[in-house]
Design a protein around this ligand. Structure first.
Ligand code: CO
Length: 134
């Protein structure tokens, strides 16, 4: 079961440059900056009240974010939905015929377990399932 929107992922060329706009310009709070080696990204977590926004900068040319920037340019990359059990959610969605990009949960930032849903399922919107550690 999907519990809530966990975060919005935004592809940027430079986290440092983008943070100045979101924090100094827009007034959001910077929560953390972290490198996620499995995704080959550097992530800045911003808070808009209780809503989380993640700025994603590629750390390698073969990063999925590098490919996205090349094709589409900077902008909204994915919506992440929180669930209690990513593995169970993958099985439910697979039964419903949804095209998963991950057959098993994989490690995300902050000890999360994540999986991605192909954007063709939601009309061009990439969706992430996120399970937070208990
Ligand atoms: Co995400």
């Amino acid at each position: 079961m999907i519990e809530e929107l966990d975060h919005i992922g935004i592809a940027v060329h430079s986290v440092d440059e983008a943070v100045t706009r979101y924090v100094d310009g827009l007034g959001l709070r910077l929560d953390s900056v972290e490198v996620v080696p499995t995704e080959r990204v550097r992530v800045a977590v911003l808070m808009a009240g209780r809503t989380r926004i993640e700025l994603l900068e590629p750390t390698a040319p073969d990063s999925p974010i590098a490919k996205f920037l090349e094709k589409r340019g900077p902008g909204v990359h994915h919506l992440a939905f929180r669930c209690a059990d990513t593995g169970a959610q993958i099985r439910v969605l697979t039964e419903r015929g949804a095209p998963l990009l991950d057959r098993e949960p994989r490690p995300g930032a902050h000890g999360t377990r994540v999986a991605f849903l192909h954007p063709k399922f939601l009309g061009g919107v990439l969706a992430e399932l996120v399970e937070h550690p208990a």
